[in-house]
Design a protein around this ligand. Structure first.
Ligand code: KIV
Length: 267
């Protein structure tokens, strides 16, 4: 399906449902499994910095990291809309944002996602004018974790609520086809959702407050057990399965039976 049709179909889900089901992926097998399962939108999120590359937060992710993982995920994605995150400091100006969006598109992304509201509207407009669809991201912004001194729920003060509403309006006006809302007070996420005509996709915003949900796949499948956000629902224990299978393998390798296999005769 052409990318513009995929975006229109996602926009229509705000009115006609069902809610959008979105997940993250960073490599070929994950993207292919999610795509085959019917995921609507697959995000190559910069959360890969933490759950795949082992950094403490997303501020260490570079454009080169993103290009490498977008290309791999794109090879596994057929039906879902494949969205790529901008790495921090790869979209500091309108010109750089357009250049980076083109590079992500060349790597296989069908759309791009950037963090921020009113201050990003000019960049969104410029990228959309290039023909590249943009997904916005408001609420808790992981790329600002250092300035903010941690991950905080947004929408607790009137200033924050006003910034969210104005940001959502600016992103819609600039041409975003949807907005991720991260870690926003559920009632405020619902207010933002009804205030705009494009779908909101929530993470950490409770249920039923947005037009869909996105989750970091490692949180859903339990493949990164060292940090799980409090709002995540783990639905499998991949880390436990890997540990079990690897222990089993080690026992197999070190078992007496195997060590008694006769060595091949010398030629
Ligand atoms: O990078 C990411 O995985 C994200 C999701 C949390 C939406 O931006």
């Amino acid at each position: 399906m052409p990318v513009s049709d995929k975006c229109s179909a996602l926009r229509a889900r705000k009115e006609v449902g069902p809610p959008i089901a979105a997940l993250t992926a960073w490599d070929y097998p994950t993207a292919r499994l999610l795509d085959e399962a019917g995921t609507d939108l697959i995000l190559v999120g910069d959360s890969l910095g933490m759950v795949v590359l082992g950094f403490p937060d997303t501020t260490h992710v570079t454009l080169d990291h993103m290009l490498h993982h977008v290309a791999a995920a794109a090879r596994g994605c057929r039906e879902a809309l494949l969205v790529a995150d901008f790495a921090i400091r790869s979209y500091d100006s309108e010109a750089e944002a357009v250049e980076t969006a083109r590079a992500l598109g060349d790597a296989g992304a069908e759309a791009v996602k950037l963090e921020g509201g009113v201050r990003q509207a000019g960049k969104v407009k410029a990228i959309v004018e290039e023909g590249i669809p943009v997904l916005g991201h408001l609420g808790m912004l992981p790329q600002r974790v250092k300035e903010e001194g941690g991950y905080r729920t947004k929408g607790k003060s009137t200033d924050e609520i006003s910034a969210l509403l104005k940001g959502a309006e600016a992103l819609e006006q600039a041409g975003c086809f949807g907005i991720v809302l991260e870690n926003v007070v559920p009632g405020v996420a619902a207010e933002v959702t009804t205030s705009i005509g494009i779908p909101t996709i929530g993470i950490g915003c409770g249920t039923d407050s947005c037009d869909g949900e996105i989750a970091v796949t490692s949180d859903v499948i339990g493949s990164y057990p060292w940090f799980v956000p409090p709002f995540a629902t783990q639905r499998a224990d991949v880390a436990g399965e890997i540990r079990r299978a690897v222990s089993d393998y080690i026992v197999h390798c070190q078992s007496a039976e195997r060590s008694t296999v006769p060595a091949p005769a010398a030629p």
